[in-house]
Design a protein around this ligand. Structure first.
Ligand code: BG6
Length: 489
């Protein structure tokens, strides 16, 4: 058996346990933790929902979820150990008196109560009240919040206030699952463990930065939720802004939650707001129309099941972000993210400045800049694009672009890359907050996102169409071309 981490045992309670997130992500992650021997022997997992189910039926449903979503043949012993930890409590989340049923099976003397709110935010108030009424809130109790936390600054403050009435900030774990991804964490290692980057990471050497999070999937079955949110709220407000903050932040004094979060906050504070005056120069909003992905015909966004033909919700955004601080003066960060794009690809590309003088004009009239390409997913790794001499005699020095390629899969072969939720659940069980979002971060990022939403609301322009399976609207190419630059393809 693998070793067991020395955290305290928990009553890990999932509200909305029959939902998609729980079945697709949380149960498979708990299974992997179980398999690796990382769950305390006395940890219980408690599912809460409204279905009339006995414990055995619940275990059978969760077993089905493991079979469908673990993505590899099940280790039956590990699956059985996990099932043995499962308990089920029937609660109508809006009925505060029913939470006493939970009080009957948790044991706060021996185990830490972790409340994972895998439900829509409008239920957070009811759950908090129910927990309070059942006397289940102690200073040790933790609460885990899933996105979306609001749809703008005001609604996010409302949600955070509701939770803050019952739980102190140190008890709250706000999830952005990108912070649980191996490669996103590696951004910190890459930047602060390698001296070549500590001295070459600012406006003196970097020309600009590109952050792309492209998804091949369209909206498929999530139209109702997505149409009210749009890509800006769904992806930029959280995932892209977190990546941006990690790439742009100053070195933290250590890896503790406060140190990391404070440095990220400084970046978010320095973002230049988008206004109706600079909107057109800085933001491109797109919506996919019909097209082809991997040779298959794909419907456009408004033609998807449940779609409204008049929707102006964006499924693509590209933004030029300016960070008004000393390190990043005149170094734009270009963000782009979209659904139904040519391929699934997330990466950060650092484009260094060109050299001041070219002595290799016979090879290149303009020497291309070096690039550092950090591949977040899939095919995780790091590439450095450099120029080298082509071997040979009698022809002077002829250059060719070459890639120094560090593929994680090859460099760390044999290491399974854990899913984000495995890491995040473990951190919550250990009481470590560094990979979770502080309330101040949520609010600052909404403040900036609101500046874009407000500017959009004042312009009547509809999103630009792009064919499904492409890299977004032509205007996204123009966004960089205006600055004499181009997207890394
Ligand atoms: C979620 C968004 O937060 O992230 C989804 O709500 C999106 O719309 C998903 O598809 C992408 O996550 P990943 O891990 O597949 O990149």
């Amino acid at each position: 058996m693998p070793t067991i981490d020395a955290h305290k045992p928990c009553d890990f309670t999932i509200y909305g346990v029959m939902g998609d997130l729980s079945r697709r992500k949380l149960m498979p992650a708990l299974y992997q933790l179980e398999r690796a021997g990382r769950l305390h022997p006395d940890t219980h997992i408690i599912g809460v929902a409204r279905h009339e189910l006995g414990r055995r039926d619940f275990q059978a449903r969760m077993y089905e979820a493991l079979q469908s979503f673990v993505g590899q043949p099940l280790d039956h012993e590990a699956a059985q150990r996990l099932l043995d930890r499962l308990h089920y409590v029937l609660i109508d989340l809006q009925a505060p008196d029913q939470y006493s049923r939970l009080a009957e099976i948790v044991d706060q003397q021996r185990r830490v109560l972790i409340n994972y709110f895998s439900v829509a935010a409008f239920l957070f108030d009811d759950i908090c009240r129910g927990l309070e009424q059942a006397d289940l809130v102690t200073p040790e109790t933790r609460v885990v919040l899933e996105k979306p936390i609001g749809r703008d600054l005001a609604s996010s403050q409302e949600i955070n206030d509701i939770v803050a009435r019952v739980f102190a900030e140190e008890q709250v774990y706000r999830i952005d699952h990108y912070l649980g991804k191996e490669t996103v964490m590696n951004l910190i290692a890459l930047r602060f463990a390698n001296s070549i980057f500590t001295t070459n990471w600012d406006h003196n050497t970097i020309d600009h930065v590109q952050i792309t999070v492209a998804e091949e999937v369209g909206i498929e079955g999530r139209w109702g939720y997505f149409d009210k949110a749009g890509q800006l709220r769904d992806m930029v407000q959280n995932h892209l802004m977190q990546i941006l903050a990690l790439v742009a932040m100053e070195p933290p004094v250590n890896l503790q939650a406060d140190s990391l979060r404070n440095e990220k906050l400084k970046v978010l504070k320095a973002l230049r707001p988008i206004t109706p005056d600079n909107l057109d120069d800085k933001v491109v909003r797109g919506q996919y129309g019909p097209g082809f992905i991997e040779g298959r015909p794909v419907r456009g966004y408004v033609e998807e099941e449940g779609g409204n033909p008049n929707s102006t919700t964006e499924t693509f955004v590209a933004i030029r972000v300016d960070i008004d601080n000393w390190r990043w003066a005149d170094v734009p960060f270009y963000l782009r993210t979209g659904k139904a794009m040519a391929t699934k690809r997330s990466e950060v590309v650092i484009i260094f400045k060109r050299l001041p003088h070219n002595i290799f004009v016979d090879s290149y009239r303009n020497l291309p800049p070096n690039k550092l390409i950090i591949r977040l997913q899939p095919d995780e790794g790091v590439d450095v694009e450099m120029l080298n001499k082509i071997p040979g005699i009698g022809e002077g020095i002829r250059l060719q672009r070459t890639m120094l390629d560090l593929s994680f899969c090859e460099a760390f072969s044999g290491e399974r890359i854990a899913d984000a939720y495995e890491r995040l659940i473990l951190e919550i069980m250990h009481g470590e907050q560094a990979l979770f979002i502080h309330r101040d971060e949520v609010e600052l990022s909404w403040t900036w996102i609101d500046s874009i939403q407000n500017a959009w609301a004042r312009s009547n322009e509809a999103p630009k169409k792009y064919p499904a399976g492409s890299w977004g609207p032509v205007a996204s190419v123009a966004l960089l071309a205006r600055d004499g630059r181009e997207w890394e393809e």
